[in-house]
Design a protein around this ligand. Structure first.
Ligand SMILES: Cc1ncc(COP(=O)(O)O)c(C=O)c1O
Length: 446
């Protein structure tokens, strides 16, 4: 049976057991030198598996807060500038905000249709045509979701069965690991390496096999800001085709790219019929709290995902749906200006971090940059991030939060900082970060 139909076979990979609690919660098999897979023990309860997938389940069974929650709480407690979590501190286009206010005043306050409001589905289809030349049927090939997060959750729960492998790059957006684990899947990762984050094609070839149910792509990428090139995207399509896998592509930063053109994988030959493309209005219009996301895919895949999605949230955000539709119809300059403004912010924060002694990997897209804290004396990024609010009044998150336990060492001294903030906030953060290098030099010279 083709993998394009929503069913799958299972394998022995979902069954783990007999290990100590610590190993059980974070058991990892290594394949060769560079490709690993990960799945929590099958005897954990579903919620424990979810937490274990995200690295949050401790050996004693307690569940830790996510690093984002922990760091945001630290920012609040210390008054530090929060460059940990990726949300803008300024409103997006006035037209989008006004459209939401108008929709509420006009009484658009009840359940919208399960697939999403026609005005938004039409706008999404039009957006795909205008920006990428993709023809999408608004009636059958578009599904509106509660943010990209619900699109990802419903997709993985719909497609991934016990033992199915899901291949992603690593570091990865943390929800991927949690959702794959909840679905009973095996998370197989291919590393992106500091500082240019290019995947090794041979490692990719080794990672995708007949056990692969989904190749989950994220370009532009969080946390690194990398944008995959056409050659890599072509290889992904070739591998998906060879092994009959479905491509799920998370493109929430699609309009926030400046260093390299964003190429939706669905535009490549042979991709569209096996690709679910996910995006969201949150990043593009600085409305992360509205949680209006969507996916576009061939109708049978939309049907498969809808079967799950309709029992998660059913629907969401009625008045925000026409507002995001209004946003998607805005002129090109609104999108390109937002990307240019972010690029400038990236430069301001990167300069601040470099002046403070960090080595910076300049991102080509998105909200975040990754900096190496080893040069100014921090070998352990997680410990450094816990101290940073007190030392410098700034919050970042360790890149180790975006990788599985067996990969922690590779990314140990790296820290992710968000630059989707007002210029004066980034300038003040840069001023504060200067104390990091001053302390380091004082220690060294003692
Ligand atoms: C790569 C990636 N995917 C998905 C999301 C979640 O998007 P949404 O807020 O639309 O659910 C984020 C948010 O940070 C993200 O960085």
């Amino acid at each position: 049976m083709s993998r394009l139909s929503p069913s799958s076979e299972s394998s022995e990979h979902g069954c783990r057991g007999g290990a100590s609690p610590r190993q059980r919660n974070a058991r990892t098999l290594t394949y060769g030198e560079n490709v690993s897979d990960f799945s929590p023990a099958s005897d954990l309860r579903p919620w424990q598996r979810t937490a274990a997938g995200a690295g949050l389940l401790a050996a004693d069974g307690t569940i830790a807060a996510t690093i984002f929650a922990e760091m945001s709480a630290l920012a609040l407690a210390t008054g530090a500038i929060n460059l940990g979590q990726g949300f803008p501190d300024e409103d997006g286009p006035a037209e989008v905000l006004e459209a939401a206010r108008k929709a509420i005043a006009d009484g658009v306050n009840q359940y919208p249709p399960g697939l999403g409001m026609p005005v938004l589905r039409q706008a999404i289809a039009e957006h795909q045509r205008r920006w990428y030349g993709l023809e999408v049927d608004a009636a059958s090939e578009v599904l509106v979701t509660a943010g990209a997060t619900e699109a990802l959750a419903a997709t993985l729960l719909a497609l991934v069965d016990t033992g199915d492998e899901v291949v992603t790059f690593e570091p990865y957006y943390d929800a991927y690991a949690a959702l794959v684990a909840r679905a009973g899947g095996v998370h197989r990762t291919v590393p992106l390496r500091w500082p240019d984050w290019r995947p090794d094609h041979d490692e990719l070839r080794r990672a995708v096999t007949d056990r692969t149910r989904v190749i989950l792509v994220n370009s532009p990428h969080n946390p690194t800001g990398a944008v995959l090139d056409t050659e890599t995207l072509r290889l992904l399509v070739e591998l998906a085709d060879r092994h009959d896998a479905i491509i799920v592509t998370d493109e929430v930063y699609e309009h926030l790219s400046w260093g390299a053109p964003h190429i939706p994988i669905a535009t490549l030959p042979g991709a569209r019929e096996r690709t679910i493309s996910i995006s969201s209005g949150g990043k593009t219009f600085s409305t992360t709290g509205w949680k209006i996301g969507w996916l576009t895919a061939p109708a049978p895949l939309v049907t498969a995902v809808l079967a799950v999605k309709q029992y998660l949230t059913f629907v969401n955000g009625a008045p925000f749906q026409p507002a995001i539709a209004a946003g998607l119809a805005l002129p090109d300059a609104v999108f390109t200006d937002a990307a240019a403004a972010l690029r400038h912010r990236r430069d301001v924060l990167a300069a601040g971090l470099e002046a403070a002694g960090f080595t910076v990997s300049l991102p080509q897209s998105g909200y975040f940059l990754v900096a190496d804290a080893a040069p100014p004396g921090a070998a352990d990024g997680a410990a450094f991030c816990r101290e940073l609010p007190d030392r410098a009044g700034v919050v970042g998150v360790p890149v180790s939060a975006f990788v599985h336990p067996d990969r922690q060492a590779t990314y140990r001294s790296l820290v992710r900082f968000a630059f989707c903030k007002r210029l004066e906030v980034l300038e003040e953060a840069s001023r504060r970060l200067a104390s990091v290098i001053e302390e380091h030099r004082a220690k060294r010279d003692r």
